[in-house]
Design a protein around this ligand. Structure first.
Ligand code: ATP
Length: 276
């Protein structure tokens, strides 16, 4: 499917088109559409519904941390946003366009870039070869490498090493370098801290903060939240396929403990579950 309205899709009723924010110096700034927006999205596997009406919205340069226990639906939410799992119902918009049912590769071309759980690198290729595959978008090998090595100096030292022999943290850096070479508008990060030492996790999240400061919207999931909350703009707490609270990062710990005990968020907090 091309980057166009799917047949029968409801018309976009948001604030503007993807170009709406491209104001010149002479014109007043026009509010931009969120980079991604889910409204009442239900999704699942086969006939089993796993997400029971998700609402979220992210603007350029913001980091939303999706937190919650095993099986809460965090990865499923990312699958919907990456286009791997079409919503059963509800609305899914990217850069102001209704994209329910749009193919993942089309969303990728529109700037939605995913780093799935586990490391998305080719273990039998070297660091340089992994990066070279990202030249398909038109950038030269040198440009791709320069950008990657500027962000992750350690990859430069290991450019001839097979990716499968890198440490876990270095593999995650390579996965991020590959994703960022595509110049995404929206970056989806699924548990990038998985199995990594705290120092490496901090280093990765420093890069996440830089990337957000460059204007990329970032939706990330984490089961263990501290490192992510250091760079997050907002945190959405998920349990049992629902976002039960959306809060500032410094409001999270007590709520998260509640969520992990399985009792859900307290009633007064649930009342604050405000989709942006
Ligand atoms: P974790 O932190 O353990 O990765 P999560 O919050 O990311 O958990 P999901 O992976 O989204 O949770 O899973 C949500 C629910 O959907 C779980 O009950 C899971 O068993 C179910 N599920 C996930 N993937 C599939 C699948 N491919 N087929 C059927 N059910 C699935």
């Amino acid at each position: 499917m091309s980057w166009s309205e799917p047949a029968g899709a409801p018309a976009w009723s948001g604030p503007g088109t993807p170009d709406a924010g491209a104001a010149t110096a002479e014109t007043a700034p026009i509010p931009q559409s969120p980079v991604v927006e889910l409204r009442h999205v239900r999704a699942g596997y086969g006939r089993i519904e796993v997400l029971h009406g998700i609402d979220l919205a992210l603007s350029a340069g913001t980091v939303l941390a999706l937190l919650g226990p095993n099986g809460a639906g965090k990865s499923t939410t990312l699958k919907v946003v990456s286009g791997l799992l079409p919503p059963m119902s509800g609305c899914f918009h990217v850069l102001g366009r209704h994209v329910n049912g749009v193919a993942p590769e089309t969303l990728a071309r529109a700037g939605v870039c995913t780093i799935p759980e586990g490391r998305a690198v080719f273990p039998n290729l070297t660091v340089s070869e992994n990066l070279r595959m990202m030249t398909y978008g038109g950038a030269s090998r040198r440009q791709v490498e320069e950008r990657a090595f500027a962000r992750f100096g350690r990859l430069a030292e290991r450019r001839r090493q097979l990716a499968g022999t890198l440490s876990g943290g270095e593999q995650q850096m390579l996965a991020m370098a590959r994703a960022l070479s595509a110049d995404p508008a929206l970056l989806l990060l699924d548990e990038i801290s998985m199995g990594l030492a705290p120092l490496i996790v901090d280093e990765l999240y420093d890069v996440v903060a830089h990337v957000a400061a460059e204007g990329v919207a970032i939706l990330l999931t984490e089961q263990f939240a501290q490192a992510a909350l250091r760079v997050a703009t907002r945190a959405a707490i998920m349990t049992q396929g629902r976002i039960v609270a959306e809060v500032a990062p410094d409001e999270v710990p007590a709520d998260l403990a509640d969520a992990y005990l399985g009792g859900g968020i307290s009633a007064d907090r649930t009342a604050e579950a405000v989709p942006a």
